[in-house]
Every structure is written in C-alpha cells, then in structure tokens.
Design a protein around this ligand. Structure first.
Ligand SMILES: [Zn+2]
Ligand SMILES: [Zn+2]
Length: 498
C-alpha cells in the first residue's frame, strides 16, 4: 500500500513539476520588509516569513513590542535607534527557581517569541527603559522566547528595568525562555533597579538571556551590568539563572562563547545568595556540553545598599558629545561622555552614506525617448543614483542686435556675439547654424559665422539653426577705422571720401 502511494506521488510530481514547485515557492517566499511600516505590519501577521531588504531607522517612534512566531531573516541588515518604553500586551507565565508561577509581561523588539526563527539580524543603538508595575522581562530582541532559534544576530544597546513587582529580569538579547543561540553577539549596558522594597524580588540578568534553558554556542558578549536588588540576585555573563523553569525543552550546550565585561551589584537581603558568575549565574540545571567558554569578567559586589548602582558615577554629570559622520562603509553615531567620571555611551546611529557628486547625463532626452542620468560617490566612485528624465523642448530664441564696426576687416566681434553665445546655450544646434548676409556688398559671412566688412555701409547678418529654435539678426554698420582713413587720405586724397 505504501509503495503504491509513493509511486503515485512520484508520478504526480513528474506530471506536475512546474505546478508543484510554484506551489512550494509561493508558500515559502518571504515577505520583504524595507521600512518601518513593513516592520509594524508584522503585528498583523506574526507567523509570517519575512526578510529585510534594507537597514531601517526606528528613531522617533516609541516602539510597542509585538509578538512573533514566524521567521525573520535580517539578511545582514540593521534595525537602528530602536526605543522601547512600554511592555507589550502579551502575557505569559514565568517561573522562578521554585517553579512558582507569575503572570508576566515582556519588552523588546518582540514581546513574546514562540516557535520563531531569527537569523542574520543586527540591532544597534537600541534603548529600552521600562518601569515595570507587573512582573516583567526585558531583552533587546525579545522579552520572552519559547522554542526559538536565534542565529547570527547581534544587538548593541542599553536596557534599563525599574522593578516594582517581583519576578523580573533583563537580558542582552532575550529576557526569559528556552531555545537556541548560535553565533550571536551582544554588546549591552544593562541596568536593573529594584524599587519594590516591600517584597524580595526574583531578579535575573544575563548578557544573552536573563533566565531560562538554552543552547548558547559560539556567541560573544560585552556586558556592562548594574544591579541594585533588594531580593534575590541571579546574574551571569551569559545567563542569570540556567534552569528549565518548567518549560518542555532539552537544551544542553553552553560552549565556545566569549564573555567580556562586568556586573556591579548588591543583594540587600538577610538571606543573601548573591549569584553572579562569568558564564551562568546560578546553575539550577547543568548543561551537558559545557566547555570552552572564555571569560574576562569582573564580579563587583558592594554591600552599600543606599545608592542605586549606575554607570554614571557623578551626582551632577557633565555630558559632552561628539558626532562621528558616516562614511561610505561605516556608520555614524553620537558619542556621549561624562567629563567627570568618563562614563560614555553611543546612540543616534546614521547608516553608511556615500557622497553623491553632480548628475551626469548618460543619455540625453529627445522627443522620442527619455534621458538617463547618474550620480556617483565622490569618495569611492560607486553609483549612488540613476534616474530617467523627460524631454523638455527648448524655447525658441530670437536675438536682435545693432553693432557698429570700425575697420573693413574680419570682425571677430560678430562671431563672438552670435555663434559663441548660441553655442553656449545649445552646443549641438550651433553646429548646424545657417548664416546669411542681406547685403553682400558690405558684409560677407561664412558658414562658421565669421563676418567680414567689405566696405563702408550698413547690412545685416542673420542666422538660424536647423531645428528653427535659434535665430537672430545683427544689423552692422561698417566704418573705416582711423588708420584706414589716414591711409586712404595719404594715398588718394580726400576726393576718395565719398
Ligand atoms: Zn560622570
Ligand atoms: Zn562612497
């Protein structure tokens, strides 16, 4: 029976190869996203298959985190200047080390990611700041993930979570959850401030993930963490607490990662545990493959609970900033630095930019077809713009002049007045000018527009272009020049003056 079915299927495939492949392509063709509207539209179809076709500036918009359960291929492109100040609307249950459940909200580019795949996406200049009245997890890419795969992605930015609830955490890439990270980079400043002094919070912080169970392989983390906690601290260079948290997953590998940076923290709690480690903060679950993780990490614990720990050390910061302009192949940005303590950060990214030169006509426009023009970068020479332009018929031009010339000779003056000015306006047609003299006894003109005065008198020289757009007339009066007078009187006497 199976064999029969299989052979029938094969026959169908051979009979309908075009139809079958078209169907397959149609189902798999990613939706292209090239701007902010395209990103916002993910909310209408969160399970879609998407690909970025451009870098996207997210400045000026307070991004509302959206759920995602599809595939997003960043194709190496960058979302820059993401700003998030509110959690998304989507609630999921999170669990602490005792598997106690909390209804929790999430903030990041995505609020909740489930069965999602994100590859080759970069996020730079992100800034997230959440005042969490409810239990909340923050991550620059997503607050929550379940059975997701994040491969070849990078995030750079700052995130701050002010906690008013209990269950809360902040991760460089993702807040809470389960899944896979491979070949990702997180360059993050993370700040957690516990403003709930009534209850002991369950707090988590990690360069990749705050809390959960994940594979993390070949990732790089640069973390600068600040954690002021009046509950239970779980901080790690990669993951704050490595634990299955009741999620149905079997992830086992934490290997070949590099962790650089520090976490400054306090744990204001009589039942102090103070988990803060270079790789995994608290290992409630132990990864099966757990090796080759390179660390240069400082665990900076303080017992002074009176002052919120922040990267800015000054009570009255004096911030200076410098703007680095983008170039052909590098990003521009604004660099901020405190003159007092040296604290610095980067935001307001500008994408690489060429410096377009003047438009160059590649093909002139004619009455029959549009023209084509291009601009190239003045620095690297790359083609930056190319566009067609319509034919605009020139206005006919008619010029009338009166000139007096002293001296019977070739008169450059006329050529300059006529031909060269016409040529300057419309070089091509000037070549096809026709010149005529209405009084050949007094004036002659050749087809280059050189006028010769032949005797005293008045005449006119006319020209017209083949297309009739340029025409004009110059009335010329020819007199003898002073030296011609002298010569004539000396040779022939005044009698010749008639
Ligand atoms: Zn300072
Ligand atoms: Zn260039």
């Amino acid at each position: 029976m199976m064999k029969k079915l299989l052979s029938l299927l094969l026959v169908l495939l051979f009979l309908l190869p075009a139809g079958a492949s078209a169907l397959a392509e149609g189902a798999g063709d990613p939706i292209e996203i090239s701007d902010l509207d395209g990103l916002l539209a993910i909310a209408e179809r969160p399970d879609g298959n998407y690909i970025l076709t451009a870098d996207i500036d997210m400045a000026g918009l307070s991004w509302k985190p959206i759920p995602f359960s599809g595939k997003l291929d960043g194709a190496g492109h960058t979302l820059y200047n993401l700003q998030v100040t509110d959690a998304g609307d989507d609630m999921r249950v999170t669990r602490d080390g005792n598997l106690k459940a909390y209804d929790t909200f999430f903030a990041g580019l995505f609020s909740v990611m489930e069965h999602a795949t994100v590859v080759d996406l970069n996020i730079v200049g992100a800034y997230i700041e959440i005042d969490a009245q409810s239990h909340c997890f923050v991550g620059i890419l997503a607050g929550y993930m379940y059975r997701c795969s994040i491969q070849g992605c990078s995030v750079q930015g700052r995130a701050r979570l002010n906690n008013y609830a209990v269950m809360s955490g902040i991760g460089g890439i993702v807040g809470y959850g389960a899944g896979d990270f491979g070949f990702c980079t997180a360059d993050v400043e993370l700040i957690f401030e516990d403003r709930n002094l009534e209850e002991r919070c369950e707090q988590f912080m990690g360069g990749i993930l705050a809390c959960g169970l994940v594979n993390i392989e070949d990732c790089t983390v640069y973390i600068d963490g600040y954690d002021s906690c009046h509950g239970y601290v779980h901080d790690g260079g990669l993951v704050g607490m490595y634990y299955y948290c009741g999620m149905d997953v079997h992830s086992q590998s934490v290997r070949r990662n590099r962790i650089y940076g520090q976490i400054s923290f306090f744990e204001d709690n009589p039942n102090r545990r103070a988990y803060c480690e270079p790789t995994l903060g608290e290992e409630m679950s132990v990864p099966g493959n757990y090796y080759s993780n390179e660390r240069e990490f400082e665990r900076n614990e303080t017992k002074d609970y009176s002052k919120v720990l922040l990267p800015e050390q000054c009570d009255e910061p004096e911030i200076h900033f410098t703007l680095t302009s983008p170039t052909c192949d590098s990003w521009g940005y604004v660099y901020h630095e405190c003159a007092g303590c040296g604290y610095h950060w980067i935001d307001s990214y500008f994408p690489p930019q060429h410096s377009p030169g003047e438009w160059e006509i590649v093909q002139s426009a004619t009455a029959e077809h549009e023209g084509l023009r291009e601009r190239h970068c003045t620095v690297c020479g790359e083609l930056t713009d190319s566009e067609s332009f319509p034919y605009v018929p020139p206005e006919p031009q008619y010029v009338e002049e009166v000139v007096t010339v002293y001296g019977i000779e070739s008169t450059e003056t006329l050529r300059v007045r006529f031909k060269d000015s016409v040529q300057a306006r419309h070089a091509k047609d000037a070549e096809a000018l026709t010149w005529t003299s209405d009084n050949p006894d007094v004036l002659s003109v050749d087809q280059d527009g050189n006028v010769t005065g032949l005797r005293r008198g008045t005449g006119s020289v006319s020209y017209s272009s083949a297309d009739g757009l340029y025409s004009g007339v110059c009335t010329v009066t020819v007199y003898y020049s002073f030296w011609q007078w002298v010569l004539i009187i000396l040779c022939f006497g005044w009698i010749w003056y008639i």
